[in-house]
Design a protein around this ligand. Structure first.
Ligand code: RB5
Length: 157
């Protein structure tokens, strides 16, 4: 069975997102959450929220977010509880982020990298699995505790 992947991009990542989906369509089952047309006035938080929500709901296994630099998409995605997003422009981080940190959203910057590197990064990300080792689980549980504390602090504040 093909892995289900949510993809999303603002105008900065629109072209690269479409190229990626076209090139990898046969291997992965993409849920493309837009943008569906080049709109210079669209905003990356909207696509980051859509992709992150699809990951959190279990509709897809993982997410790919693209904006101009990858930074804004990454900042937004990490606001959503349970999302572990990272901007990775090297293949080591793209697979080690999954193996050790259970990264579930990969962010890319279309104004920084080209399609061939983007494909290698996506393949590294999608072909990796969380190792589940105790030390990594311990660290993830600390992240979960920080998330819980942060939302508590917000409510109390
Ligand atoms: C849009 O112009 C650009 O700011 C956005 O795609 C992204 O690079 C933000 O991090």
């Amino acid at each position: 069975m093909k892995m289900k992947i949510a993809s999303g991009a603002d105008h900065g990542g629109f072209k690269l997102k479409n190229e990626l989906v076209t090139r990898l369509n046969k291997k992965y089952d993409f849920l493309d959450l837009g943008s569906y047309a080049l709109d210079p006035n669209d905003d990356y938080p909207d696509f980051a929220l859509a992709v992150s929500s699809a990951v959190i709901s279990g509709q897809v296994n993982r997410g790919i977010l693209i904006c101009g630099s990858g930074v804004g998409a990454c900042i937004t995605a990490n606001k959503i509880r349970g999302i572990r997003a990272c901007l990775c422009h090297d293949t080591y981080s793209a697979h080690q982020g999954v193996e050790h940190d259970d990264m579930n959203v990969l962010c890319l910057g279309a104004r920084v990298i080209g399609i061939e590197l983007a494909i290698e990064l996506v393949e590294s990300f999608l072909n990796s699995m969380f190792t589940g080792e105790a030390r990594h689980r311990r660290r993830l549980s600390k992240i979960t505790a920080i998330e819980a504390q942060a939302s508590l602090a917000t409510k109390e504040g």
